[in-house]
Ligand binder design. Structure first.
Ligand code: EPU
Length: 428
């Protein structure tokens, strides 16, 4: 096990290239199960969630090849092997195996998903959707058992706008008989990306990216080649860093339209941003103004950038309020930021940040992926050395982080944990 060490206080300058989107990748890889011939996905990020999904596809008989950032999956010999335990518990997105295996095999046994602890993360809308398509579902000893004699298209209204439920229902519905209509669907760019892959595989989907998606089921799906969209959350993280300590940071391979809410907020703070077709240039001013943000479903401000943005707000003059309407308990980074001298109070679903303060280096722990991002941003903003443990969370979502940060002029390195630190981590 390793920790991330950061010598903070140095400005960042130069170009960073964004990798393929994690939250697309983790759905696109399970979606390959639905095809009957090889599917190639280009532009995959180098993150641990991709590795885990590769292993899971191999467990059910898939032949998977990865070269550089390209994965080819031959799903022709896959079988509906039960996956009640083990690696499925390591990531949230293993729930996409339910929709994909139900679609292809009409049965699946999948352990309840793991992932970041952001408060309660129910999957009732996924289950509601599968049941509407004709599946019988039981929950036995921490695993979900799904079975259908036949999947039939249905009209499904999501009571909660959910990215996961929208994609999961799409995965099963492409192989159902007849038409499925998902109402109150989520509109995130990752949903369009998955719909594009499925369409290239022969599926009939209309309306992805709007709140009504229509799917006409087909009898079989075939292989294809697909290029994944850039990771808007990784891009946003580097934009926040550019605003905090950048002296001219160019973020390359980004779709600026995916980040309009962040760009608007950064401009409100006084950050200079220029955006091109697939690049964004960020120049951090010496004085930042306090702003309020409220996380919302797309195209609102993304909850996944709430924690990184909080780190930036410690540098802004005045009082900022950050409210998370998606995950009301996504505040585990706050105590760690306080150790670094941040002045933040949490009240219900909101964090109130008073600034500006100069952050100090400290030993801190990432409790989840984006808390980790908040902490490495804070470490780069701070005076002195910061040590971030819980690196396994950060490795789930940030491809080649150390190389990318050092490429911008940061001084960041990984170091093995001492025996004493390992013991301490086990006990906390
Ligand atoms: N919800 C329900 N019932 C459900 C599903 C969701 O009540 O059946 C609630 C959730 O508890 C939450 C809200 O609906 O309050 C939205 O959840 P959603 O289903 O949209 O989230 P998700 O699909 O589980 C994905 C991303 C998250 C990101 C959220 C919101 C993946 C693998 N994960 O999660 O990404 O925060 O959408 O945009 O795509 C991250 O990247 O750090 C991360 C956590």
């Amino acid at each position: 096990m390793e920790k991330l060490k950061i010598a903070g206080g140095y400005p960042l300058k130069g170009t960073v290239r964004v990798s393929g989107a994690k939250n697309s990748a983790v759905a696109l890889i399970p979606a390959t199960i639905l095809a009957e011939s090889p599917v190639t996905i280009e532009g995959l990020p180098d993150i641990s969630d991709v590795e885990i999904l590769k292993d899971l596809l191999e467990e059910i008989g898939g032949k998977v090849n990865i070269t550089d950032d390209e994965m080819t999956v031959d799903p022709s010999r896959m079988i509906s092997m039960p996956l009640p335990n083990g690696k499925v518990k390591m990531l949230r997105a293993s729930y996409y195996l339910m929709g994909a295996m139900l679609g292809r095999f009409k049965k699946a046994v999948i352990g309840l998903p793991g992932g970041c602890h952001l408060g309660p993360r129910p999957i009732d809308q996924h289950i509601k959707g599968f049941e509407a398509l004709g599946a019988q579902i039981t929950n036995e000893q921490g695993a979900i058992y799904l079975r259908a004699d036949e999947l039939r298209g249905a009209r499904i209204y999501l009571d909660v706008v959910s990215v996961g439920a929208t994609i999961n229902i799409m995965l099963a519905a492409v192989r159902a008989k007849g038409r499925t209509i998902i109402e109150n669907a989520a509109k995130e760019p990752e949903i369009i990306d998955v719909a594009t892959l499925l369409t290239n595989m022969g599926a009939k989907i209309k309306g992805a990216g709007t709140d009504v998606i229509r799917i006409d089921g087909v009898d079989s799906l075939h292989g294809c080649r697909h290029t994944i969209i850039p990771d808007r959350i990784e891009a946003g993280t580097y934009m926040i860093l550019g605003a905090a300590i950048g002296e001219g940071v160019l973020i390359d391979n980004v779709i600026p339209q995916h980040l309009e809410s962040l760009i608007a907020k950064l401009r409100e703070m006084g950050v200079n941003i220029e955006s091109g077709d697939d690049q964004v240039f960020v120049n951090g001013p010496s004085n930042l103004k306090a702003v309020d943000i409220k996380t919302l479903v797309y195209p609102g401000f993304p909850t996944d950038l709430q924690q990184p943005f909080t780190a930036l707000l410690t540098k802004a003059a005045g009082s900022s309020v950050v409210t998370d309407t998606i995950y009301g308990a996504r505040f585990k980074h706050i105590d760690e930021l306080r150790r670094m001298n941040a002045n933040i109070k949490v009240e219900g679903r909101s964090a109130i940040i008073s600034g500006p303060v100069q952050l100090h280096g400290a030993k801190v722990k990432a409790s989840d992926l984006r808390a980790g991002a908040a902490l490495f941003i804070a470490g780069l903003m701070a005076e002195g050395i910061t040590e971030v443990t819980g690196l396994d969370h950060i490795d789930r979502g940030y491809s080649n982080l150390v190389e990318k940060l050092n490429g911008l002029g940061a001084t960041v390195w990984r170091e093995a944990l001492t025996q004493e630190e390992l013991e301490h981590l086990k006990n906390t």
